[in-house]
Design a binder for this molecule. Structure first.
Ligand code: WT7
Length: 656
């Protein structure tokens, strides 16, 4: 990694204040209140979190120690006993919320289902008993590969209830990607559906599971549970595969939540790095419960009358923290939508908002850019007046998209929370608190109370106002990842060693570049490594490159990103071919399709460039920085002295 120099190209002057009415009713009502919370939390983070943990969550047994910090390994609420499914369900049943809508679900074809807290609790208990009956025990990992249907949330909560860590794999990932994750996570059971509806097609999920399990590489999986969603034909392997609804028939609805140790693993979620296989990010129970609870409450400003909708998929961390755990722990009504905007109904999101009277809406910049393209007439044709708060996540939002969101969707009255965080952080880290912090389009604004974020140079020294640097966090927080599953060393290397500890104090390295303006507002500029961000999701170069190289025609591949109007970044693949293969339009198509097969549609390269050779350093490292310049049509800039063969660059330029 070379020293970062970031030119600040944004000169954003606009400032948006929440209305007096919004602030008055908000959880956190003023900048002063935020500042007081922030100062209090910074002065003694442990005390701050412990008070909230005591006040906001149910513990079967209190902790003896708030934080045990053996850098880079943190334990929060040591020896505390807690169950997140209990906090999300059981404790609401003794209140008026028992019959409040917990989950409102809308299927893509227009079918729908609402589950009250009592109903959701019952389903979760039953399904937990199904898992137990199949021999799933505390500590066993369960793979979840599902469409966006209530059973996905039920499955997660049931796993949490019995202490079986789940590993949710995004339903858009291919059989190969699923297989790798099941192997790494050593899943004992896989929960899936026959299929799910997405963009007017029935996506076959069970078939992908069959492919992932064929060939015998996944030795840990004993059973597959299948929800009937689409009714499409599936092969059921006797003894291994079972219908969810069959097993649900014969179990009791009584299943007490297992008292878990605060540090017991809640889930593994895979995310991409720049090298090697995906990392299994490990989150544990107590700290994650507290962190998602507090961030949901203060950032989405939850009131009991809210209808809250986060459009993410449960296969990403956003779905874990802000569709399922955070909202339910708060006793909120959370909306789940199966579909996606599609040509037969490009305005479907606005239909859902109108139909359910959604008040808080959380989506991604890539979606907003797609809405802008589709045109204002779609949202304008619906009544969106129920909305009172908007949010974004996944990548930096360009100020003009922010302004469009504010004006067209928010009707100039809804604050926007631009929330910066990562799979690793468990929850939102830098964000406006909507009643308290005035917003600037394009800035995630200020750190959440208890988050000691900073921007530093490679030595770990804070940089001055408006200087670019590396985004770091100086103190552990309850929602932080605990390790990389099965690879603590990789955890240390990836997040804790890029910036040297100062006075023995370790800092968390997020891998993002950022600057802070004179008002203390953070402006996140994106990844500083080779990791790319397509449609708000991180993809490692390594996985996509390996997929390409696994095609017989490909000798070597390097992928980089170039700016894309809708997706944020698009993948450009530079490919050298094996001896007898010739570049062709046909081959280019085939390679794109091959990546879709290996990883999923999210990783499909927008462009394949055939070349005779790739630019490398003398030690053989591909210089993606140069390829990035070429891909986005810029002059190659920066140092090229480490390039082994300058001729390669000239050839690449000619080919462009
Ligand atoms: C990376 C994390 C957190 C859930 C979604 C993605 C980028 C995320 C923002 C934002 C600027 C953002 C960062 C981060 N990112 N939110 N509001 N402003 N950049 O999770 O796949 O773990 O990716 O997404 O680069 O490191 P993820």
């Amino acid at each position: 990694m070379s020293q970062l120099t970031i030119e600040s190209i944004l000169q954003e002057k606009r400032l948006f204040h929440p209305s007096a009415e919004f602030s008055q009713n908000a959880q956190i009502k003023s900048l002063k209140e935020y500042q007081q919370l922030y100062d209090k939390a910074s002065a003694d983070p442990e005390k701050f979190w412990a008070e909230l943990a005591q006040q906001e969550l149910h513990w079967f047994q209190k902790w003896d120690k708030i934080l045990d910090w053996q850098p880079p390994f943190a334990k929060w609420f040591v020896n505390g006993k807690i169950n997140i499914s209990y906090n999300c369900l059981d404790r609401h049943l003794t209140t008026w919320r028992k019959n409040k809508a917990a989950l409102i679900w809308e299927g893509e074809p227009g079918d729908s289902r609402t589950l009250t807290y009592a109903q959701l609790h019952r389903e979760v208990c039953q399904f937990a008993n199904v898992l137990k009956q199949l021999g799933v025990q505390k500590g066993d990992r369960v793979g979840i590969y599902m469409p966006m249907i209530p059973e996905a949330a039920i499955a997660m909560l049931a796993c949490a209830r019995i202490g079986a860590p789940h590993t949710v794999v995004f339903g858009g990932f291919s059989a190969e990607a699923l297989r790798d994750r099941l192997i790494d996570g050593e899943a004992k059971v896989v929960i899936t559906a026959d299929g799910g509806y997405r963009k007017d097609a029935a996506v076959p999920l069970k078939e992908q599971v069959d492919k992932a399990l064929a060939g015998g590489d996944v030795t840990s999986v004993e059973n597959v549970l299948v929800v009937r969603r689409t009714g499409q034909e599936v092969q059921m392997e006797p003894g291994r595969d079972h219908w969810w609804h069959d097993l649900q028939q014969s179990v009791s609805a009584d299943c007490p939540a297992e008292p878990m140790d605060s540090e017991d693993m809640l889930f593994i979620l895979y995310t991409s790095g720049s090298t090697g296989k995906p990392k299994g990010v490990v989150h544990t129970t107590g700290g994650y419960n507290l962190y998602t609870h507090m961030t949901t409450k203060w950032i989405f400003d939850l009131q009991d009358t809210d209808v809250y909708w986060c459009t993410a998929d449960v296969g990403w961390i956003t779905g874990h923290s802000y569709i399922v755990y955070g909202p339910l722990s708060n006793g909120a009504t959370t909306v789940m939508y199966e579909g996606a905007p599609r040509s037969s109904n490009p305005g479907c999101f606005w239909d859902v908002i109108e139909k359910y009277g959604v008040t808080v809406f959380y989506t991604a910049p890539t979606a907003i850019r797609a809405f802008i393209k589709m045109g204002e007439h779609l949202p304008k044709a619906r009544n969106l007046s129920s909305l009172r708060l908007l949010g974004t996540v996944g990548e930096p939002i360009n100020p003009e998209a922010w302004m469009w969101y504010y004006r067209v969707i928010g009707g100039d009255r809804c604050p926007i929370v631009d929330t910066w965080w990562q799979t690793e952080t468990g929850g939102i880290m830098i964000t406006p608190l909507p009643g308290a912090i005035p917003t600037k389009p394009g800035s995630a604004t200020r750190p959440f109370p208890g988050i000691l974020a900073d921007i530093v140079d490679l030595e770990g020294n804070s940089v001055g106002d408006n200087a670019g640097g590396y985004l770091i966090v100086r103190h552990p927080w309850p929602g932080m990842m605990r390790t990389v599953y099965g690879d603590p060393d990789r955890f240390r290397r990836t997040y804790w060693e890029h910036i040297p500890p100062q006075d023995g104090k370790y800092v968390y390295f997020a891998g993002d570049g950022a600057r802070r303006d004179k008002d203390g507002y953070f402006w996140v500029m994106g990844r500083v490594d080779d990791v790319i961000n397509v449609s708000g999701h991180r993809l490692g170069t390594m996985e996509v490159e390996s997929a390409l190289v696994s095609h017989p025609a490909v000798a070597e591949a390097a992928i980089v990103s170039k700016p894309d109007e809708v997706k944020g970044e698009d993948i450009v693949a530079f490919v050298t071919l094996e001896g007898t293969y010739q570049p062709s339009e046909q081959l280019s198509k085939e390679l794109k399709q091959h990546v879709v097969k290996e990883i999923g549609a999210i990783a499909r390269p927008g462009e394949i460039r055939f070349t005779d050779a790739l630019p490398k350093t003398r030690s053989g490292k591909i210089m993606r920085r140069l390829l990035r310049n070429l891909a986005s049509g810029q002059e190659v800039s920066g140092d090229t002295s480490t390039l082994e063969d300058r001729g390669v660059l000239d050839k690449l330029r000619e080919g462009a």
